[in-house]
Design a protein around this ligand. Structure first.
Ligand code: EPU
Length: 417
């Protein structure tokens, strides 16, 4: 198992190019199941979750080549079973459910199960697909779904679930008749999926708003499509500039989609500027102050940036309160940050962070993707050496993170344990 060894205390300066978005690429790749023609995806990040997705897609009948951030996919005969061995390593595998039912009328997808960041059920995916005519049963840990031909439906989500909206959006594209998805997720990654489907011939309107209309079509073709840049990777590098008191310019940064984060970080004392090269991020005048944050569905503050911003709060003057309202049990980084000298108290779904003058390097354990990013950020600012163990979580979602950080001055290296 690899670990990252970081000598903290170096202000990061220079330019970083933001990679394609993991959370946009995953549903878009799963949408290949819907297509009848070859498709090329560009700006695909070289990540563990993408390799897992491509492995699963090849089992489902969509083999692909992946080289140099380009995926070339050629659909062939589809097969309905997503095996547990792959699904258990990546919850997003459940995104094949809607497309398989739409194309084959049958799906056998292993139940994703619990993961480090809470139970995260898929009930809203299933009830939406049931409204379109699918029937489900659970057999030996597998969700077995069957339908004749999916029928358009009016689906009102109890909660604007990102994956649920994506699954239903994909299914509705090939369903018979019109669908309305109400209280749909507005995340930019959902919009990127909708735009991709439209490029392939789908009839979708309203994506990015809470009511999305879809008119089913009989088939979808292929296209060449660039995946949007990763707003969470960008946000993580922005915090890296702030936490090390450095100055980074982010090329290919989706600034508009980061609005809620930038507003909060500005209130904490960071400064942002759009330059010819990209978004410049640094502290305004040296010090940072605390702020209160509540995670919310887009366009609110993203839960995927909560852990990283908490690392920054550890070094800000005064107190901050972080309320996690989206994902259960997403405070796994707190105990580890505390090992580095952070002063954080947990109370239910909230964390109260009191700024400390300095974090101290320590061996720490990554527990999930964004918690790992938070520990790397803390390590970049800490005095002394931080060893972040179990970084396979980081490899799921950050493309060449140590190479990118080292290129802007970080003293960071990967070591085999
Ligand atoms: N939920 C339900 N029932 C459902 C679906 C969701 O109760 O059927 C609840 C769960 O409590 C869950 C919460 O809603 O914890 C949010 O779930 P959502 O469906 O919105 O999220 P997701 O599709 O499972 C995506 C991202 C996550 C990100 C969340 C929230 C992908 C592949 N994953 O997950 O990203 O945290 O949206 O924005 O797009 C990450 O990248 O580190 C990550 C975890």
């Amino acid at each position: 198992m690899d670990k990252l060894v970081i000598e903290g205390g170096v202000p990061l300066t220079g330019q970083v190019t933001i990679s394609g978005s993991k959370n946009a690429a995953l549903p878009i790749l799963f949408a290949s199941i819907l297509l009848s023609e070859p498709t090329t995806f560009t700006n695909v990040p070289m990540l563990r979750d993408i390799h897992t997705t491509l492995k699963l897609l090849s089992i489902l009948g969509c083999p692909a080549d992946f080289d140099n951030n380009v995926v070339s996919m050629t659909p062939c005969t589809l097969s309905p079973e997503a095996p547990y061995e792959l699904v258990k390593t990546m919850r997003a595998s459940v995104l094949c459910l809607g497309p398989l039912l739409a194309r084959l009328g049958e799906a056998r997808v292993a139940m994703p199960g619990g993961c480090a960041i809470g139970a995260r059920p898929v009930n809203l995916h299933l009830s939406g697909l049931e409204k379109m005519g699918a029937r489900f049963e659970l057999e030996e840990g597998y969700i077995i779904g069957r339908c004749r031909k999916l029928k358009g439906a009016h689906i009102i989500f109890d909660f604007p679930t990102v994956g649920g909206t994506e699954n239903l959006l994909m299914a509705a594209c090939l369903a018979e008749g019109d669908s309305i998805l109400e209280n749909a997720a507005k995340e930019p990654e959902v919009v990127d999926l909708a735009n991709f489907l439209i490029h392939c011939g789908a009839k979708i309107s309203g994506h990015g708003a809470s009511i999305v209309h879809v008119s089913g079509v009989s088939s979808l073709g292929g296209c060449s499509y660039p995946i949007m840049p990763d707003r969470i990777e960008a946000g993580t590098f922005i915090v890296a500039a702030g936490i090390t008191d450095g100055e980074l310019v982010l090329q290919n940064c989706p600034s508009e989609e980061l609005d809620a984060l930038l507003v909060k970080l500005s209130a904490m004392g960071m400064h942002f500027e759009n330059t010819k090269e990209g978004l410049l991020a640094r502290r305004r005048n040296g010090s940072l102050r605390g702020a209160d944050v509540r995670t919310q569905p887009y366009p609110g503050f993203p839960t995927d940036m909560q852990a990283q911003v908490m690392a920054l709060m550890c070094l800000a003057e005064g107190s901050s309160v972080v309320e996690e309202s989206i994902v259960e049990n997403r405070f796994m980084h707190v105990q580890e940050l505390a090992r580095m000298g952070a002063d954080i108290r947990l109370s239910g779904h909230s964390a109260i962070v009191r700024g400390v003058g300095q974090l101290i390097g320590a061996p720490v354990m990554a527990s999930d993707l964004r918690a790992s990013a938070s520990l790397v950020l803390a390590g970049l600012a800490a005095k002394g050496t931080t060893q972040v163990q179990r970084i396979y979580h980081l490899d799921r979602g950050y493309e060449r993170i140590e190479t990118k950080l080292a290129a802007v001055g970080a003293r960071i290296r990967r070591k085999k344990e």
